[in-house]
Design a protein around this ligand. Sequence first.
Ligand code: TYM
Length: 323
Amino acid sequence: MRVLSGTKPTGDSLHLGNYFGALRQFVALQAEHEEALYFIADYHSMTTVRDPKLRRRYTLNVALDYLAAGLDPEKAILFRQSDIPEVCELTWLLTSVTPMGMLERAHAYKAATDRGENVDHGLFTYPVLMAADILLYHADLVPVGQDQKQHIEMTRDMAQRFNHAYDCEALVIPEPYIMKDSATVLGTDGQKMSKSYGNTIPMFAGKNQIKKAVMGIVTDSNPVEEPKDPDATVFQLWNLFAEPEERRAMAERARAGGLGYGEVKKDLLERVLDFFSEMRQRREHFESRPEEVEAILCQGAEKARAMAAPVLDGCRLAAGLGS
Ligand code: TYM
């Protein structure tokens, strides 16, 4: 079983949505499966990040977050997407079996056009590049959050279309792996947690920044003595750091009234800081050794490239390309 996933480098720290929706599963799956590949999707970041220095910085930060969270280069192949240019060739091969209508239905593209944005071709083709990321390594299982499910469905569709068009089995059809309890982590404003909504709680940032985010979680104005909705955003976020028994007790307290949101937020802040403190130390360790991180990514790229080459060759052969 080959596991693969990626993360777009768009900031200085990944957030709780990335962690509970995806990264936590990356770590668990690297131990359960023989082969796991996790990459930093720097080509994908080109649809939003236009500053090369920032892209490098964000890319390094995702690598640090991966290592901090417990991804182990001995168990998983960690690499930078752009170190494997073969992915661009496979993207082209896939574009020719991808209907326009499929891409026009992609959530990110639709949302951007609905907002009246001037959409570039990179955003339109984003799902094809993502399909190539997955198919290039014959991945079987792709751990992601709910927001990426449509992309995995498109990936399956593209793989089937390619295999069918060239009457071959050059591409493996992957399965998504989505955890029910954290499929969509809410942001501080109650929408999906996302960098682009500015509603994130970072895994790693200064204590004050994390405090500001947690204290900023939007709540209703019910007074302390009133009963509270145990499904409110603040409780959903708190639940991520609590055991099932604690969750039940908290829900009861919420329903009973007499519980202030401020108390829940303070406790949540402590739990966030505590939960990530060991990872923070590991992150600091690697942060002071950027050459070591670079070496890990380069070794990862070498291994990933060796896996990609025969898959791409198989596709080229099937399609009658090259000599
Ligand atoms: P990205 O970088 O936006 O997010 C990385 C992972 O975090 C998950 N995630 C969430 N899960 C639950 N709740 C949230 N609020 C939340 N926000 C983010 C995402 O679902 C994702 O699993 N297109 C991808 C990167 C990518 C990729 C790939 C992933 C490129 N190629 C190939 C898998 C396989 C993206 O932008 O994820």
